[in-house]
Design a binder for this molecule. Structure first.
Ligand SMILES: *Cc1c(COP(=O)(O)O)cnc(C)c1O
Ligand code: SF4
Length: 332
């Protein structure tokens, strides 16, 4: 591993030097944009953001590449579809403090950072009110106060945006402040950064997590085995070696991973990198994402094939989030 200071500069550089121009991405992949023009409105609503290292894992000359499909601002996003709305989870109802969602018993979710390293077109928070939930230290103090006052909260989830997009100093402050709340026994980090910018897993980050009093669970977000290259594998190995429990969540996406063989390979690959599959999400019905929907019957058929071919511990749980429910809803 690189010396800490050098690798830190490295990931910050990767995070600030994203591909944001569809022309540049198309040229890099030797694709003709006229065949699949980027949607102007889609881009304005949710700009293109792709780390260069992630783009490098895409296949040249292939519009159907599963990694490209996750980030390309397709004109199809601009089609209005009945039942697809800005806030399908009604998260606004569970937002007791800016930057805090408390929806499920025992767990509270902190929007630790308002931005991500990548823009996934299907993102369920693409319409989230980050403006009103861009946390500063004062908001964090209010959110932490809420958690301190409710002893039933035993797990704090850092989510976002992407919590690992925070600088180590801010992240360290937040983790220590959470560790100071004695009834919190688990710190969970929901992040896509180890997959999209694996150099984010620095010696400093590892040291910070290793010192945490609450147990650390890192839930990565990986949708396709091809997202994992040797650098990602090294980052996951380092997190695992550090004592973190590693889980993965996947979103079931049409044209990306809606085949049993793809998800089978993903589970096997994750396990070889010490990651257990956790959730397979049916995509939320967020405006602009209807072209990614997989219908429930197809999803259940895929699950049947996975159950018949994988050990039980490598079968992800198929879930959907339904507003007003005490947990994510298992589909079976
Ligand atoms: C998904 C989610 C959680 C965590 O739920 P688990 O089933 O424990 O993974 C917590 N809070 C919110 C707001 C969530 O959306
Ligand atoms: S990394 Fe997660 S929160 Fe960020 S854009 Fe992708 S799906 Fe949305």
């Amino acid at each position: 591993m690189l010396p800490a200071s050098e690798s830190a500069a490295d990931w910050r550089q990767s995070l600030s030097d994203l591909i944001t121009d569809p022309r540049e991405l198309a040229d890099f992949l030797q694709l003709d944009q006229r065949q699949n023009p980027a949607g102007e409105l889609a881009l304005r609503q949710f700009p293109l953001k792709v780390p260069r290292g992630f783009a490098a894992r895409m296949e040249k000359g292939n519009w159907r590449d599963p990694l490209l499909r996750q980030v390309w601002p397709a004109a199809a996003e601009e089609r209005a579809a009945p039942g697809f709305v800005a806030d399908p989870l009604r998260e606004r109802h569970y937002n007791p403090r800016p930057g805090l969602l408390h929806k499920y018993r025992g767990r509270a979710l902190l929007i630790a950072a308002p931005h991500c390293a990548i823009h996934c077109r299907y993102c369920f928070r693409r319409e989230f009110d980050y403006q009103g939930n861009t946390p500063g230290r004062r908001d964090w103090l209010a959110a932490l106060g809420y958690i301190r006052d409710d002893a039933s909260i035993v797990e704090v989830i850092l989510s976002g945006g992407d919590p690992l997009a925070l600088a180590d100093r801010q992240l360290g402050w937040l983790i220590e402040a959470i560790a100071d709340i004695s009834h919190v026994s688990t710190l969970r980090i929901h992040t896509r950064l180890p997959v999209v910018i694996p150099e984010r897993v620095t010696a400093e980050l590892l040291a910070m997590l290793a010192q945490s009093r609450p147990r650390v669970v890192v839930v990565i977000h990986c949708n396709h085995g091809r997202e994992i290259d040797s650098r990602v594998a090294a980052a996951l190995g380092a997190l695992h070696g550090n004592g973190s429990t590693l889980l993965n969540q996947t979103v079931l996406l049409r044209g990306v991973n809606d085949e049993a063989s793809t998800l089978f390979s993903l589970s096997m690959r994750l396990f070889s990198e010490n990651v257990l599959p956790y959730y397979l999400h049916l995509p939320d019905r967020v405006a602009g994402t209807s072209h990614f929907q997989v219908d429930l019957d197809s999803a259940l058929a895929i699950m049947g094939e996975l159950q018949a071919s994988l050990p039980g511990y490598l079968v992800p749980r198929l879930v959907r989030e339904e507003p007003g429910q005490p947990a994510k809803t298992r589909m079976s």
